[in-house]
Design a protein around this ligand. Sequence first.
Ligand code: ADP
Ligand code: MG
Length: 360
Amino acid sequence: MNGITVRGVGKTYRSGSREVEALRDIHLDIEDGEFFFLLGPSGCGKTTLLRIIAGLLDPTRGRIYLGDRDVTDQPVHKRNTAMVFQSYALWPHMSVYQNVEFGPKMRGVNGPARRDIAENNLERVQLVGFGDRKPNQLSGGQQQRVALARALSAGADCLLFDEPLSNLDARLRMHMRAELRQLVKDTGATAVYVTHDQKEALSMADRIAVLSNGWIVQVGTPEDVYNHPTTRFVADFLGEANFIRGEVEGTAPLAVLQTRAGPIRVKPELPPAKGTTVTCCVRPEYLTLHARPPQDRQTNSLSVRVVHQLYLGEIRQYVCELSNGTRWRASVLGEKTAEFRDDAPAWLCFRNGDATLLVD
Ligand code: ADP
Ligand code: MG
């Protein structure tokens, strides 16, 4: 069993008289073989947490377990983890082979067996024939594949990634997402992957922890955190979102909100308390635009005015003004010609189950 458990971890950096609380009180249960993501804006503490798991940094408080082993006081090389960095961190004076063979060599694997492991992993990252080159004779994408082959060859129980695709150009980054996920899944290792890119996390993760300012604010599958954010921060960070505040007037069977743009009925995960103020959140792709409100009990209709629109190829994005002046974005799929002109009145609609209630 090689899951990772983080219990009450905090980290305070001290430089002179200045103190930075990089991590507050982190608890995580990462399962054996899971591909787990730490997602959040720059400075939220992702790298700090990853380095504490690797053993490159001591926590100020709390414990780290790999499987059921408490490794908090163990040095890096006793933890059986391998790390891939944004900057590749290959040894420049060594050939590709020597870089990739390094892990097995440290474990005492003999020459021919080492070469087999290296060849096998270079094949998996599609770098057959590159073994004798030096890192500076490779492109950025190729160097990152070598770093990946080196991590895979280490025979580690845990693979740790710190923004490994961030230095690659957009096209290669997209291409490597699926490939990297497959390679990691094939090893069966538990993996922790740090990124600030929500698309990367949504497309690759088994589960995601969203961090903000040293705290974990939500943990869940990509579908969970995208479709059921529990705070405005998570809703905003994971994609585009529209918000409106309202007072809860009724709770059963649907929550009824009284907002300044009209009443809204929502099927919430947890019914909110009557009389409280909550925020209703709807993603642009769950909105539709209509000339007349549909007579359907499962659909909310808000009277709007189309402010302007953007044709983006696969979608048309309408910016609409609600009757209280709030602007919402609606993404309409596959609309080749505009159905609504700018300034036209329209009805902006969404189903009861397609909105989330945030208590803030
Ligand atoms: P992330 O990887 O999410 O961008 P980091 O873990 O690198 O965030 O940093 C978290 C916070 O800790 C930031 O405010 C950062 O400035 C601070 N920090 C990181 N490393 C040090 C250090 N060695 N000394 C002082 N502060 C640091
Ligand atoms: Mg970082």
